[in-house]
Ligand binder design. Structure first.
Ligand code: AMP
Length: 390
């Protein structure tokens, strides 16, 4: 993959596709990790006297009402503070005013263009990768750097569209993400996959792609119950992905020794944090109970396997981590891999959120910034935002 270091960018107009899709609450940015994640590439360009033009999406824009709440100017303000310099902001995603601003930029200037998805209001031009739009944005610069890993699994005008029209390369953030995930292409052994989260259906592709390479697949979270049901166990009111019982049966019969299921669970009667819970052997779940976390014996079992692992990929929490009572299993395993220096990659989304809450995110080997993109990589799919710069 071509990276920013492979291009001569000195003094050029560099367009960088960033992922500034930050969470916003009551008009304030609640987590600026993604903005900070873009700084290395931006600073690298500024050190080379570039004129830096930034593009990003923010949220989804389907109706006019979505425009105001997804106004990217809020990011320009935070970026100015982080970079300690003024940031130019274009209210428009295209047009004369934007072109004039670009033409008047001096070396070292940074311009952020309004939310790329404003272009979705009129016929999904961004998300549908409208060729004219990609060409137009490309016309604003000399080179293109894609540094938005979170959208690398989508072919949009602001990544694939621009890259089709300019010399392009990956920024530092994408380079790091891809290099880490590439370690799983030919993993060192023992290679352990940890899967949790709600639905089996979301993880089928990952299981099918990784099970033959993995030495063990540890399954927890809501999805474990469909596997347990497939084994003929009573799972009470626990989460069930009825349509995929057969898939679980097949995988279990083919990879019996690799797939490790919970041996005990924390059960309760209602889906709430307020009820009392008890830990039960997996064979003892009653019809009116639901399992919301893995139990202590399962934690010990998973740890005994992780202990030997040379590399671990983990996607999905092992319990309802949003409830304090049922985040115990996830937190314990997170702490275990951190304390024992087990090379663990957290595959984006909820497990990264769980690690952040547990203040362990920065201590794991790698916490991926891409939820959907990471999952698709783990499914063995090609990511269009990466392929185009290859
Ligand atoms: P995913 O997006 O597939 O990784 O799923 C994450 C969601 O799975 C979180 O919101 C968790 O609350 C949920 N989850 C994890 N374990 C369970 C469980 N035992 N029962 C119900 N939901 C669960």
């Amino acid at each position: 993959m071509k990276t920013i270091k492979d291009l001569n960018i000195d003094g050029k107009k560099v367009i960088i596709r960033c992922d500034f899709n930050v969470p916003i609450k009551d008009g304030k940015i609640v987590d600026d990790t993604r903005i900070k994640g873009a700084l290395e590439t931006i600073k690298y360009c500024l050190d080379r006297d570039c004129k830096v033009i930034l593009l990003s999406h923010l949220g989804r824009v389907k109706e006019k009402e979505d425009l105001k709440k997804n106004d990217l100017s809020i990011v320009a303000e935070r970026l100015a503070k982080l970079l300690k310099q003024d940031i130019l902001f274009s209210e428009e995603t295209r047009g004369e005013e934007l072109e004039d601003t670009v033409n008047s930029m001096e070396e070292g200037d940074v311009l952020l263009i309004q939310n790329t998805r404003y272009e979705d209001l009129d016929g999904k031009k961004e998300s549908g990768n409208d060729p004219e739009l990609g060409k137009y944005w490309a016309s604003l610069g000399d080179v293109f750097i894609n540094d938005a890993f979170g959208t690398a699994h989508r072919a949009h005008a602001s990544n694939v569209g621009i890259a089709s029209n300019l010399p392009s390369a990956a920024g530092f953030l994408i380079e790091k993400e891809v290099n880490v995930l590439k370690e799983l292409d030919k993993p060192t052994h023992p290679f352990v996959v940890v899967l949790g989260g709600a639905k089996v259906s979301d993880k089928i592709g990952v299981i099918e792609n990784l099970v033959h390479k993995a030495d063990y697949v540890l399954i927890g979270g809501g999805m474990a119950f469909t596997f347990l049901k497939a084994e003929g166990l009573e799972i009470g009111k626990s989460l069930l992905d009825e349509e995929n019982i057969d898939f679980c049966k097949k995988i279990l019969s083919k990879y019996k020794d690799k797939i490790i299921l919970p041996v005990d669970v924390a059960v309760t009667n209602e889906y709430t944090n307020d009820e009392k819970y008890r830990t039960k052997d997996i064979k003892d779940i009653s019809t009116d109970e639901m399992g919301l976390d893995i139990g202590e014996k399962t934690v010990n079992l998973f740890e005994s396997i992780l202990k030997k692992a040379k590399i671990v990929i983990w996607n999905g929490p092992l319990g309802v981590y949003e409830f304090s009572k049922y985040k115990v299993g996830t937190d314990k395993i997170l702490k275990y891999v951190v304390d024992n220096n087990i090379k663990t990659i957290l595959g984006g989304g909820d497990i990264v959120a769980a690690a952040t809450t547990a203040k362990l995110k920065d201590k794991v080997y790698h916490a991926s910034t891409g939820g959907g993109a990471t999952l698709e990589y783990l499914e063995g799919k090609k990511l269009p935002g990466i392929e185009i710069i290859k």
